[in-house]
Structure formats: C-alpha cells, structure tokens
Design a protein around this ligand. Structure first.
Ligand code: UTP
Length: 290
C-alpha cells in the first residue's frame, strides 16, 4: 500500500487573471463543462489512493468548502423527486472514507507559504500537492497516481514536469538534471520564473508534487522570492541540499486553466468527449465554419 495518503490543495491565490469572475468566486470552482476544477483535482487524488484532502483556502473560497460539504437539502429533494442518478453524482463528490480539512491562509503570501499552512494537517508524512488549475488528463493512470508510484519506489520528493517552449520559461519554475529512469531525472538545478536566457532547460514544473515532510522546516525559513512571494520552488531548491529531489515527466495532457486560453481549450476538448454532449457539440462546431 502506498505511503502517500494526504493531498494538499493550495487554493488561496487571488486568481486575478479571471477577474471579474473571481471577485467573489474561487477560480477553482470554475467548471469545465459540468464539474468544477477542484473536483477534477480531488478525483485525481482519490484515484491515487489518497484519503485526506487538505484545502488551503482564502477569503473568497467558501464555495469550495460548501462544494465538499454534505448537502442534506439537495440530497433529500433529489430523493423525493426520484432523481437517483443526480443523487449519486452529488453523493460521489466525496466518497465514503475520504476526509476533508480546510485551513485559511489569511494572507496570500505565496504558494510556499500556502503549503506551509498545511503542516499541522499533514504531520510527519509524505504528501501530494495539487494545483487544480493545472488540469491533467490521461487515458491510463492519472498524474498523481503515476507520481505516487514513483515515490513508493524512490522515497524521494518528486516534481511533476512538462516540456514547454523556452520563451515561456518566465511563467514557470524550471528544472534540469540527470536522467536516472524512464521519465525520471534527479533535479540538479531549479529556478522560479527565469528569463529564457537564464532557464536551465525547457522542463517546466506544473502543478503536481509529492513531497517529504522535510519541506516544512525549509519553507519556514524561505525568504520572499519571485513576485515578492514565498515560493515553493525556493523551498524545494533548499530541500535539494539535504535530500535527493526527482522530476517526473508525467504521461498526460495538461491544460493551464489558470489562463483564459487553457480554460477554453479544456472546455472544448472535454465537451468533445462528454457522453451526453459530444455528438451535438461536434455538429455545432462544424456548422460554425471557422
Ligand atoms: P497562481 O500563480 O496561479 O496565482 O498560483 P493565482 O492567484 O491563483 O492566479 P492569478 O495568477 O492571480 O490569476 C498558483 C497556485 O498557488 C495558489 C493558487 O491558489 C494556485 O493554486 N496560491 C498562490 C495560494 O494558495 N496562496 C498564495 O498565496 C498564492
């Protein structure tokens, strides 16, 4: 059985790229077709055998807490109306045996600080970090499940990575290292949002990590970095001085749903695969004659 049982969802960012939609609604509650981003992330964690979901939330994120709460009124009403298929969808948001913990990050001091807020809930155990606005789809095992498998083999922290155009390096944490296995490298350089000329490679960190609890001590002393925020990347760079850190180039397609373009791409592609919508949506797109 895997040793990774907890996933942290740092969802306390301001989501400024989606204003005004995100003025009072969490970015992670934006839906791709009919399911909020946060739920895709939760399902990916649960598929990997994780049974504790820790959400680091900010002030505008109460809808996330409500989404994962039991909705007695809705469930009773659906039962009375005999809408049992919908009742199942609502009940399955959080399956039995999965616990949710919510922690407020009272100030948006950065992703590293948000992860540090999870320390008491995580304890002295390895844990996954999932940024739900990076939506990852794979035909086979989900991204977190792939990474947990690698963790179980190596017992080292792992960063999920993907190849990006070098001109985009200033939007990502970038890593470089020595290949030690299929899709697996030992991280030797890691830097947050470098200019293309400073990027160590074209391997970008996307929103999936499995970390050992040693990261917490390092985040406590991590100074503000890029964007004047406490960066998780800087904490991991410090961790690398004590422990081996790996990168894993996961299998699957990633949509950057924190950007409008990525969000639209995911919406169109998920609709084209949706069992109720696919045929009609395809016909609709064809008649647009773009
Ligand atoms: P982003 O860089 O995407 O920032 O954060 P953001 O605020 O969500 O969105 P924009 O750029 O303003 O549109 C990366 C992840 O880190 C979380 C965010 O919620 C997101 O999941 N985060 C960031 C926190 O939880 N707390 C923070 O202080 C900062």
């Amino acid at each position: 059985m895997s040793s990774v049982k907890t996933a942290v969802f740092p969802v306390a960012g301001l989501g400024t790229r989606f204003l005004p939609a995100t003025k009072s609604v969490a970015k992670e509650m934006l839906s791709i077709v009919d399911k909020p981003l946060i739920q895709y992330g939760a399902e990916e964690a649960i598929e990997a055998g994780i049974n504790k979901l820790v959400f680091i939330v900010g002030r505008t994120k109460n809808s996330i807490i409500d989404h994962f709460d039991k909705s007695y009124e809705l469930e009773t009403e659906l039962e009375i109306r005999g809408k049992l298929d919908l009742l199942k969808i609502v009940k399955d948001v959080i399956p039995d045996g999965v616990a949710c913990v919510f922690i407020r990050q009272s100030e948006a001091l950065g992703l590293g600080h948000a992860v540090l807020c999870a320390e008491a809930a995580v304890g002295n155990h390895p844990f996954a970090v999932i940024l739900p606005d990076d939506l990852i789809r794979n035909e086979g095992n989900g991204c977190v499940k792939q990474m947990v498998k690698v963790f179980d083999e190596y017992q080292s922290s792992i960063i999920g990575t993907q190849t990006v155009a070098i001109e985009e390096s200033d939007k990502y944490g970038m890593v470089a290292g020595e290949q030690i296995g299929d899709r697996i490298a030992r991280v030797e350089q890691i830097v947050e949002k470098p200019a293309p000329s400073e990027a160590p490679s074209n391997q970008a960190i996307v929103g999936r990590y499995v970390l050992t609890p040693a990261i917490f001590d390092l985040l406590r002393t991590t100074q503000r970095g890029a964007g004047d925020e406490i960066q998780l990347t800087d904490g991991i760079a410090a961790l690398r001085e004590y422990e081996q850190v790996l990168s894993y180039s996961f299998e699957g397609r990633r949509y950057d749903c924190g950007s409008k373009m990525g969000y639209l791409q995911a919406t169109v592609e998920f609709a084209l695969e949706h069992e109720e919508l696919a045929d009609d949506f395809k016909k609709y797109l064809k008649q647009l004659k773009l």
